[in-house]
Design a protein around this ligand. Structure first.
Ligand code: HEC
Ligand code: HEC
Length: 396
């Protein structure tokens, strides 16, 4: 069965489940009429299969190599930052800082800070989670080609493979002062070639000798990332037909979410349309310059609403600490109060005109959003990495 049809069946199944609830006639449920077909059909469970690009089939060898690379700070200029530094399993492959600290940082969680005063700035945005990033681009009608999947808050990279090389080249994330941007990938590849264990592991994963190059580096990391999924939240169980998976309050919350207009942008199995919208989210004061997003129009990509437990603090700038604060932000926005003084009313996405957020509904919507968490994901951290450097970077 194709992905498109499985998704449709899931969506229709859930709609039938919702209809059924409304027909049982119990007094509590009468307050929860069936969700209109076009509304509930905007949402769907995640499929069980992750989209994979034709030129990078996953194998256990590739995934195991990708995991080692992901946790190995050998990929960073000063050998102090790994991908896992900002995307650690302990924090749901995201992190709890407003904006990330890469090169010259130390510590984890809210204790992470710069180790010495230097010229390395904060990374300009809040770290996204890698959980389910393999599904980016998936809509109700199926998936875009996995090698073209939208990545980053501003969609400046396409596909996990291409995305994975960007942090290695970025000054404040991983590169630092050791080499210039143009030399970053060659420098890292040369380092890997000097480590016998990597020579062996690349050969096993790609079945050729001399397999260490930036393309295979990106392929191994992406193959590992495709294993980082959480698609069995209580929301997914409900959408697949298990009516007992959500409480009455949570179903009410879903309905209010739909009625408020949230699903005009947060829809499909990832609760994202993958489009960019200007909402006037406040800038982070730690940056020296305002972050004006796509085309300098303050547009950012609609994030998934899955696993919000791990993606706090929220928004591209990490400026909203809790889901209640996000909902209060939308309540203000629907009432024409724009939080970012550099963004004018004409710039705000016109869809916001259709948004209606009532203060009294906030806690119900938050109850619904909490059903989208799934913490049954792979948290395996390698005991050591082939470079012998500290696993995950400078985390102490
Ligand atoms: C210093 C912290 C830091 C490091 C190190 C880092 N990232 Fe990220 N990552 C971020 C931030 C911040 C974003 C969002 C950036 C943006 O959108 O402009 C992000 C975004 C991503 C995304 C996009 C997710 C989505 O839904 O669009 C992926 C995938 C990702 N990182 C993978 C990696 C990989 C692989 C590595 C290692 C090669 C890595 N990251 C290293 C901080 C980091
Ligand atoms: C016009 C499209 C649109 C509508 C309507 C909309 N959102 Fe969003 N949402 C976005 C975009 C875009 C962002 C990221 C904005 C940014 O960072 O600048 C976002 C961010 C979020 C986040 C932060 C997620 C994270 O991990 O940081 C949450 C939570 C959220 N929205 C929930 C909602 C809820 C609940 C509603 C309904 C009350 C709603 N949204 C309505 C587009 C929309």
């Amino acid at each position: 069965m194709t992905l498109r049809y499985s998704l449709l069946i899931l969506a229709v199944g859930a709609w039938l489940a919702a209809m059924h609830i409304s027909c049982t006639g119990e007094s509590k449920q009468e307050k929860t009429p069936a969700l209109p077909e076009d509304d509930i059909a905007k949402l769907a469970a995640l499929p069980t299969e992750v989209p994979v690009p034709a030129d990078n089939p996953s194998t256990p060898e590739k995934v195991a190599l990708g995991r080692l690379l992901f946790f190995d700070p050998i990929l960073s200029g000063h050998k102090d930052v790994a991908c896992a530094t900002c995307h650690h399993p302990e924090f749901g492959f995201a992190e709890s800082l407003e904006v990330s600290i890469g090169v010259n940082g130390r510590g984890t969680g809210s204790n992470r800070d710069f180790s010495t005063l230097g010229d390395i700035p904060f990374v300009k945005r809040n770290s996204q989670t890698i959980l389910n990033a393999a599904f980016n681009g998936l809509t109700l009608t199926g998936s875009t080609d996995a090698s073209n999947a939208p990545m980053f808050w501003d969609i400046r990279a396409k596909g996990l493979e291409n995305q994975s090389l960007e942090p290695i080249k970025s000054f404040e994330e991983m590169r630092g002062h050791r080499y210039v941007k143009e030399a970053a990938l060659d420098s890292v590849v040369n380092r890997l070639k000097k480590i016998a264990e990597y020579r062996h592991l690349f050969q096993e994963a790609f079945s050729t000798s001399d397999a260490i190059n930036s393309q295979n580096l990106s392929r191994a990391i992406a193959a590992y990332e495709r294993t980082l999924v959480g698609g069995n939240s209580r929301f997914d169980q409900y959408m697949r037909g298990d009516r007992s998976a959500l409480s009455i309050n949570e179903i009410d919350g879903m309905q209010v979410f739909l009625k408020s207009g949230c699903a005009k942008c947060h829809n499909g199995p990832m609760l994202s349309d993958y489009k960019v919208h200007a909402l006037g989210v406040p800038d982070n004061e730690k940056l020296t310059q305002s972050d004006a997003g796509v085309d300098n129009q303050y547009k950012f990509r609609t994030p998934s609403l899955r696993n919000l437990r791990f993606t706090a603090p929220y928004m591209h700038s990490g400026k909203l600490k809790t889901l209640e604060q996000v909902l209060e932000f939308y309540e203000d926005l629907a009432g024409d109060k724009i939080r970012n003084p550099l963004v004018g009313k004409p710039q705000i996405d016109p869809i916001i005109e259709l948004l209606k957020v009532d203060f009294k509904d906030i806690s119900l919507i938050v109850e619904f959003l909490n059903t989208l968490n799934d913490d049954q994901f792979d948290r395996t951290i390698p005991k050591r990495v082939p470079s012998g450097l500290p696993v995950g970077g400078n985390l102490n």
